[in-house]
Design a protein around this ligand. Structure first.
Ligand code: ARG
Length: 452
């Protein structure tokens, strides 16, 4: 209907191939919001009479209502969300033919997408804060619970479970910074960039920008219609977030096995096996981990799409949304379910301590004890290492050794040595800034709560 140049209608096969309605229809509300700001500006600048602008705005609001009430069904023959809304508007109000003054779908789609994305990112921010909140809650609840800390998946040193939850608090709060960065980078209004070069008409870009709640209009029209950096900034956030989630999931899946068994997941967050009656599977964690690849894939999809694109708008850019929606939906659902699961996850203290029963994870504590007695660290390391070897050979734990036996292997050992030989003492004494000591964990909890 808008194409004066063509003598033939677009072939059906081309219509099907080029339409983006199935992908962009979900932005209808954002698109109407953008159009309302645009028509207000057209009225304000006198590009169209004010009373006409008012009528067009009323028409746009009616279209929105019809969509919300399910009374208007868009058609793929009208290609995309923008054309469908404009066409329906013009049916309701013939003055709608003036709406597209000084506007191209190139700046329109960039504006609509930013408005839609902003809303979704704000919702993600709320969910992410909930997750951070759950983590500080767990840290408080599990501050005094001691679990084995691992490096290389080998028992390393005892740690406070609260310290463990706070480690994820740090990772997810960096994700929160990345999310804020993405929100910042979309915070400029493309409207008025036109197809690529602006407009000969005296539009007011400041006005549309502020009506739509952006901090300022974009600075360069060519860049505006041809860039999707703000989407990439979201994708990077999403990928890092999912990488963190996948690692957290692996820990919990491992610690939930019968071999480790110190993480207890609620029945309502697990599923059974259709064949093996004894199974209680951590499917939620596995699925969250499994979705990570898709999110990273969506990021690389957009990177590849952007690579080598000439300045400015190219139709390739229409392909930017499918993966974006998928990642938005995935990150949002993962945030919700992981927060809910963590809230209900419990620690079996006895099983966690049982894992530490041989006491070898206190070896560093003993070496450091010897350092305080004046033994050079390398010598202390060697002595304690030899003792661990001897214990393994004779199948005894540190706790089984008498003071005489200690002194046989390590002459510097004093009567005060057994006093430090408990996981509880070990954790308590790791009081360096950011360490696992209870006092440090308490400080971290307090600071974390202030940071949320
Ligand atoms: N549906 C298109 C998109 O999402 C709108 C822009 C079309 N612009 C054009 N010059 N054909 O990118």
């Amino acid at each position: 209907m808008w194409h004066g140049r063509f003598k033939q209608d677009t072939a059906k096969i081309v219509q099907d191939f080029t339409q983006s309605l199935d992908i962009d229809w979900r932005m209808y509300e954002a698109d109407i919001e953008g159009s309302i700001a645009h028509v207000k500006m057209l009225g304000h600048t006198g590009l169209i009479p004010t009373d006409e602008a008012v009528k067009i705005e009323a028409g746009l609001r009616q279209v929105l209502e019809e969509i919300q009430q399910g009374k208007f069904t868009p058609s793929e023959s009208l290609e995309d969300v923008h054309m469908n809304i404009e066409a329906r508007l013009t049916e309701i109000e013939p003055l709608g033919a003036k709406l597209h003054t000084a506007r191209s779908r190139n700046d329109q789609v960039a504006t609509t997408t930013r408005i839609y994305l902003r809303k979704r990112l704000q919702a993600l921010s709320t969910e992410l804060h909930e997750l951070l909140h759950v983590l500080t809650g767990k840290a408080k609840q599990h501050e005094r619970i001691i679990i084995p800390g691992y490096t290389h998946m080998q028992q390393a040193q005892p740690i406070s479970m609260g310290h463990y939850w706070l480690a994820w608090f740090e990772a997810f709060s960096r994700d929160n910074d990345r999310l804020n960065f993405a929100l910042d980078s979309l915070n400029e209004c493309p409207l008025g960039a036109g197809a690529l070069a602006g407009s000969t008409l005296p539009i007011d870009r400041e006005m549309t920008s502020s009506l739509l709640g952006f901090s300022r209009p974009t600075r360069n029209s060519l860049d505006t219609v041809g860039q999707r950096d703000y989407m990439m900034d979201y994708h990077y956030f999403a990928s890092m977030f999912m990488i963190h989630i996948s690692r957290l999931c692996t820990d919990l899946i491992t610690w939930n096995t019968q071999e480790f068994a110190f993480i207890v997941l609620p029945d309502e967050f697990c599923t059974g096996s259709s064949m093996m009656p004894q199974k209680k599977n951590p499917d939620v964690l596995e699925l969250a981990r499994g979705k990570t690849g898709q999110v990273i894939g969506n990021m690389t999809d957009l990177l590849f799409m952007l690579k080598g694109l000439p300045m400015t708008y190219n139709r390739d850019l229409q392909e930017d949304k499918r993966g974006l929606w998928a990642s938005l939906d995935t990150t949002e659902s993962v945030m919700k379910i992981i927060a809910a699961l963590l809230e209900r996850a419990e620690v079996d203290e006895d099983k966690a301590l049982a894992g530490l029963s041989k006491g070898y994870s206190l070896a560093t504590d003993i070496a450091e004890y010897l350092v305080m007695k004046g033994v050079p660290f390398r010598d202390a390391h060697m002595k304690v290492g030899r003792l661990v070897g001897w214990c393994i050979e004779h199948n005894v734990s540190f706790g089984d050794l008498t003071l005489e036996q200690w002194q046989e292997h390590i002459p510097e050992a004093g009567a005060d040595l057994p006093g430090i030989l408990s996981p509880e003492e070990s954790v308590k004494r790791r009081d360096t800034y950011g360490g696992t000591g209870f006092a440090q964990v308490e400080r971290q909890i307090q600071e974390a709560e202030e940071r949320i």
